[in-house]
Design a protein around this ligand. Structure first.
Ligand SMILES: *[C@@H]1O[C@H](CO)[C@@H](O)[C@H](O)[C@H]1NC(C)=O
Ligand SMILES: *[C@@H]1O[C@H](CO)[C@@H](O)[C@H](O)[C@H]1NC(C)=O
Length: 220
């Protein structure tokens, strides 16, 4: 065969290989992105996870939402206190023993947990002894206490009003009135825990993304 044909054939082969590789990578990336968004899997799942594994996932949803984390499968053999192999779910972005929502192990799936914040931290660990298929879990987000109101007038109130509002609530009222009108908000009663800069409990007014910061002082 003449050299030109050999070079041309090799070039075509290289191009085909590169194209196939790129397509495979794109498909893998798409599948991974789609799966990771809704499902959390222990390493090697559904095959056995390795010994001495440490894996962590930070799951973040938009502000003002909560995250529900539920197992669809749990095969994490451990001792009765889940000290050897375990899955821990923290309310917040880091390991924090006082924000531990769930420590799971064993062979039967446990009840779902829901965070109060918009970020949870999931940590899986195994020791050098037992192993199992691990876990598969899903997460979903929900907006607690969200009101979308329209009209020319109305009343809003905190949850349970006039009884005490619950702890750990993040409520949003979105008030829309007709074009070229303004919204006037007048408080008829305010009883909110008062802390410096309203860091604990506060009311704010957000005009689109502009926080106008009407912080309301406590009145007796
Ligand atoms: C740990 O969790 C507690 C209770 O949720 C919280 O008050 C505290 O700020 C957290 N600490 C850190 C460092 O995140
Ligand atoms: C609120 O947002 C609207 C639309 O972005 C803007 O026209 C208006 O000036 C804003 N009002 C205040 C008080 O910031």
């Amino acid at each position: 065969m003449d050299l030109g044909i050999i070079v041309a054939t090799s070039l075509i082969l290289v191009v085909v290989v590169v194209v196939v590789a790129v397509v495979v990578v794109v498909v893998v990336v798409v599948v991974v992105v789609v799966v990771v968004k809704v499902v959390v899997l222990s390493p090697n799942y559904p095959r056995n996870y390795p010994n001495n594994a440490r894996c962590a996932w930070t799951i973040r949803s938009s502000p003002g939402t909560q995250i529900t984390f539920s197992f669809s499968n749990l095969k994490v053999p451990s001792d009765r206190y889940c000290l050897s192999d375990s899955v821990s779910v923290y309310n917040g972005a880091r390991i924090n023993s006082s924000a531990l929502m769930l420590r799971a192990c064993g062979l039967t799936a446990v009840a779902p947990v829901t965070s109060t914040s918009n970020v949870i931290y999931v940590m899986f660990r195994s020791d050098s002894a037992t192993t199992g298929t691990g876990f598969s879990a899903q997460w979903s987000t929900r907006r607690d206490c969200y009101y979308n109101l329209r009209g020319s007038s109305g009343t809003i109130q905190t949850p349970n009003y006039p009884r005490n509002y619950p702890i750990n609530k993040h409520c949003t009222w979105r008030i829309t009135t007709s074009a070229r009108t303004q919204v006037r908000l007048s408080f008829t009663s305010v009883n909110i825990q008062n802390t410096y800069l309203c860091a604990a409990d506060y009311l704010a007014n957000e005009n689109g993304s502009t926080e106008m910061g009407i912080n309301v002082e406590q009145e007796h």
